[in-house]
Structure formats: C-alpha cells, structure tokens
Design a protein around this ligand. Structure first.
Ligand code: CMP
Length: 139
C-alpha cells in the first residue's frame, strides 16, 4: 500500500532568497497537510548523515557543505500517495529538466541548489521524518 507521508526540506538558498512562503503555499494548494515543521541549520555531521547514501558520489562533499551553509525548513507532509505526488510537484532533480510549474522549475538555481528535497520512497520518508522529528513534534 502507498504511504501517506513524505518528508521535505526547503534548502538554504531557497530559504535565503525568500522562497519559503511561496513554496509552502504550493505545498498547501496541492493538498498536502503539514504535520510537522521546523527551521534549523544542519551541522556538517547532520548533513553527512542525512545524505550518507550519496557518500561515494563526486558531489557529496559539496552537497554537505551547501546543506549546512544556512538555515533550512524541514517538514513532514501528509496526503494519499504522498511520496509520488510530492515528487511530481517538485519536478526533476535538475531544474533544467523539471517540468513547467514545478517547485524546482520555479525556484531552483542548480542541480545542487535545487530548492527542495523530497523523499524517494515510503521507507525513506519514514526514516527521514524520524531523523528530524520525534512523535511529540508531530500533529
Ligand atoms: P535531493 O533531492 O536533496 O537528493 C540528493 C541531492 O544531491 C539532490 O537533491 C541534489 O541537491 C544533489 N545532487 C544530485 N545530483 C547531483 C549532481 N549531479 N551534482 C550536484 N548535486 C547533485
């Protein structure tokens, strides 16, 4: 059965450019309920751990530096078929390949500074949610 939660981060450049409110509005307008949310700055170790699956990739250390460079917004989103529907809403990882009207097409700068993260599976949505939020932080 498809899960009903996904996890997202609004990344440092999108936050610093003032895109958080329009991105959160798109999330709301597209039928997602925000069940947990906070603004925080990742430490380098947090970013290394969160993106550990990419540690052999050539972009890993740049990605860790970028993701710990400034505040982010982390959130758990609820909706039927949340993972797949949110990935459609955010568009391709590389904003140059993202469809018109997607969050990344509208607000991403580059493949690294691609405005938002979205979980790629129900299992990762659970694990990523747990990374940031205890049960008492969820509503
Ligand atoms: P995200 O959805 O957060 O998941 C992994 C991140 O790695 C991705 O978004 C990008 O920020 C980054 N990433 C993926 N591919 C590349 C790439 N080819 N070059 C630089 N960064 C990348």
């Amino acid at each position: 059965m498809k899960g009903n939660i996904t996890f997202t981060m609004i990344k440092p450049t999108a936050v610093s450019k003032g895109y958080s409110a329009p991105i959160l509005n798109m999330i709301h307008e597209n039928g997602f309920r925000i069940s947990a949310m906070k603004m925080l700055q990742l430490t380098e170790n947090d970013a290394k751990e969160f993106y550990a699956v990419h540690k052999e990739r050539p972009f890993y250390s740049d990605l860790v530096g970028f993701m710990s460079s400034g505040p982010i917004i982390a959130a758990i989103l609820e909706k039927d078929n949340a993972v797949e529907d949110y990935r459609k809403l955010i568009g391709a990882t590389d904003p140059a390949k993202a469809e018109e009207g997607t969050i990344r097409k509208l607000y991403a700068a580059t493949v690294q500074e691609n405005a938002v993260h979205g979980s790629d599976s129900d299992e990762n949505a659970e694990a990523e949610g747990i990374f940031f939020f205890s049960m008492k932080d969820r509503f």
